[in-house]
Ligand binder design. Structure first.
Ligand code: GLC
Ligand code: GLC
Length: 648
């Protein structure tokens, strides 16, 4: 089929009937121009998924009306940003970029309170603030807000949409972009669509996957992965009221949306544009790997999931072109990279780097990290990684078993070791983590815990062990240092910057008790931020001293990152360090600036072969001194990282 020819004929027909009365003349012109540029992509994706349905054209026409309404509601200030970002499309590759993710209630506790936190974000150099889901959600358990009851309403305990808009404007003025979650794989069972389905409305029952009996769910379950086996076995939940089984990949109150229904695509596009029009620069695509189901597969990473995300992307190009997508695919590395593309997700979490940094801390070995990054780090030069160390979720060991195998590492056994190590069940481990989502059938589990506790601070403080405290601090700075320098946007997870320990309070809350991820969802209070920013100090406790050293250490690295172009839009090359304990990479940009980073994951000093240094003379940006080089090679202190810049 010749899609190009069909799409322009289709567009002309839609335009002929399209009511543009509500748009200004200028907006109508811009909208038409953008449609002429991007409609063919949208058409191709949409018809790929829905073309076999008799009413595909009808829904496509409705979709264009939704896009028009999105343009009509977009505020002038956001339209100006659309124009600016079109001129600077690779803004997210800039060295100035530093992200932070936080929960409104844990830092606010309301949206209004966050205005007062702007100086704190600025002190850390944050340019991108991801506010964890803040939408209306069921009272009690709402999966930390990831069960959305209304995308157009802020959870009343946090504020209102107006508060969110005014925060977005204030952040923007301070040079900070807002990033929001787009939770589009599922809604809560209290969303209006779910309520209509519960009331027996067939149109809305078709928004979800409902089954009269177990016969089809049983067939699907042969090949499905269980995501939260600790709360419910299987991927379906029986609803007594409807007398039907509902597809619920995550918790039972999170109903998966049925994207084989074009009406769902259209309805969610309308919600997406509402979020874009609040004034955010990016949308985090939550659980995007799960949006397409196909019998006989694991229903993750299906081709149509990609096609649908590309279709959403085309919708944004037409109605809110400055907004970018951030992929949250915590899956096999070969699948993670498939979501990354200018026409799909411009940004992506880097779960492989995250997991392997933790692996290297545990094993003090860097071979798996090096080999895996050599294979998977390079992505399209018009996209960027979002590099992180911790987040609100658990750590899953998503490395590639085939790469591990090449190094003689058995993937399953090694995951077992890592789980033991980070939950403190391994002799000699420094970590205080908590197991999560243990699967009674196959023994699988994942790990929760704060940066500081997993790096050993909790244990060392309890033991009053000063050397242990120093090591823990070095580990934290080492992991973050890599996210600042390897290429991409570093994303701080709030509370990490202050080295806060695990919060075990969730064990006293019956709603949170079953979900160990709460151990790493930690409040950053006013007194914490005042403490971090204050210049005057009285005697510090060991914990306060550690907080401050981590905070200042991060600030120092961020300052350096922001003042050298080579941390921004540049190419990364993962080097062979020649020393099993050391990880090395070099960077180069189009201005010819270069940098060499060498990191020691061991608590003992290490020497790296001089070969890595070529003939240049080097200067370490972190210590503002020459590195120590002897006949044997380059010397690294325990846990030291060097950010080496050639001296002329
Ligand atoms: C994402 C979120 C996680 C949530 C899940 C379901 O993976 O990060 O917190 O439980 O999606 O929405
Ligand atoms: C699984 C999913 C991921 C989700 C996580 C929540 O790892 O792949 O998307 O965030 O579970 O625990």
């Amino acid at each position: 089929m010749n899609y190009a020819a069909n799409s322009s004929a289709c567009l002309e027909r839609i335009l002929k009937d399209l009511d543009m009365e509500g748009l200004t003349k200028k907006d109508a012109t811009i909208f038409t121009r953008r449609l002429r540029t991007h409609f063919s992509a949208l058409f191709e994706k949409y018809t790929h998924v829905y073309g076999h349905q008799y009413d595909c054209y009808f829904h496509l026409q409705k979709l264009v009306e939704i896009l028009r309404d999105g343009v009509q509601k977009r505020k002038p200030a956001l339209k100006r940003i659309d124009v600016e970002r079109t001129k600077d499309p690779l803004w997210y590759r800039d060295e100035s970029q530093v992200g932070m993710a936080c929960y409104v209630d844990l830092m606010g506790p309301t949206l209004k309170d966050l205005h007062d936190k702007i100086p704190y974000y600025q002190a850390l150099g944050v340019t991108y603030l991801h506010l964890m889901p803040l939408y209306d959600a069921p009272k009690g358990d709402s999966d930390g807000g990831y069960a959305v009851s209304d995308y157009r309403k802020v959870n009343p305990s946090l504020g209102t949409i107006k508060d969110l808009e005014s925060l977005a404007t204030a952040l923007q003025k301070a040079g900070i972009d807002l990033v929001l979650d787009f939770v589009f794989n599922h809604t809560s069972d209290e969303h209006a669509w779910a309520k209509a389905a519960l009331a027996g409305d067939e149109q809305y029952q078709n928004y979800y996957y409902l089954f009269d009996d177990r016969s089809i769910p049983d067939q699907y379950e042969h090949t499905l992965r269980e995501i939260f086996p600790q709360v419910r076995r299987g991927s379906f939940t029986f609803n007594e009221h409807m007398d039907k089984w509902v597809w619920t990949t995550f918790n039972s109150f999170q109903w998966d949306l049925n994207y084989s229904n074009p009406e769902v695509f259209n309805a969610i596009t309308s919600e997406m544009l509402f979020l874009a029009n609040i004034g955010c620069a990016g949308l985090r695509l939550d659980a995007l790997a799960f949006i397409w189901k196909a019998m006989g597969t694991n229903c993750e990473n299906q081709d149509n999931a990609h096609v649908l995300i590309q279709a959403f992307n085309a919708c944004l190009q037409i109605a809110a072109p400055s907004v970018v997508f951030k992929s949250e695919a915590i899956v096999h590395p070969d699948e993670v990279v498939k979501y990354i593309g200018k026409d799909e997700c411009q940004l992506s979490y880097n779960p492989l780097l995250m997991a392997l940094l933790w692996n290297s801390l545990a094993t003090r070995k860097t071979r798996l990290l090096t080999r895996s990054m050599q294979k998977s780090f390079s992505i399209s030069s018009d996209c960027a990684w979002v590099n992180y160390v911790r987040c609100h979720d658990d750590i899953g060991w998503t490395f590639d078993d085939a790469v591990a195998q090449e190094l003689g590492i058995n993937g399953n056994d090694h995951r077992f070791f890592l789980n033991q190590f980070y939950t403190g069940r391994f002799d000699g481990s420094f970590a205080s983590g908590v197991p999560f989502a243990e699967n009674p059938e196959n023994g699988d589990c994942r790990v929760c815990g704060s940066l500081a506790s997993l790096c050993g601070l909790e244990g060392a403080l309890n033991a009053n062990d000063e050397k242990g405290i120093d090591d823990a601090i070095q580990r934290m700075l080492l992991l973050y240092g890599i996210t600042f320098s390897i290429g991409g946007i570093p994303l701080l997870y709030s509370s990490d910057e202050l080295a806060k320990l695990n919060d075990y309070d969730y064990l006293n809350d019956p709603i949170k008790l079953h979900d160990a991820r709460w151990v790493n969802r930690i409040a950053v209070t006013n007194s914490d931020t005042e403490f971090a920013l204050s210049a005057e100090r009285s005697a510090l406790t060991l914990q306060e001293d550690a907080s401050l050293r981590v905070f200042r250490g991060l600030q120092h690295m961020i300052d350096i990152r922001k003042t050298h172009g080579v941390f921004g839009n540049a190419q990364t090359h993962i080097e062979e360090s020649g020393n099993d304990h050391c990880f090395a990479y070099s960077r180069k940009n189009s201005d010819g600036e270069t940098m060499l980073v060498v990191c020691n994951f061991s608590e003992h000093a290490q020497v790296v072969d001089r070969g890595l240094l070529s003939d240049s003379n080097w200067h370490d940006l972190l210590t503002d001194a020459s590195p120590s080089i002897s006949d044997h090679g380059l010397l690294l202190q325990p846990f030291q990282q060097l950010w080496l810049s050639p001296t002329p």
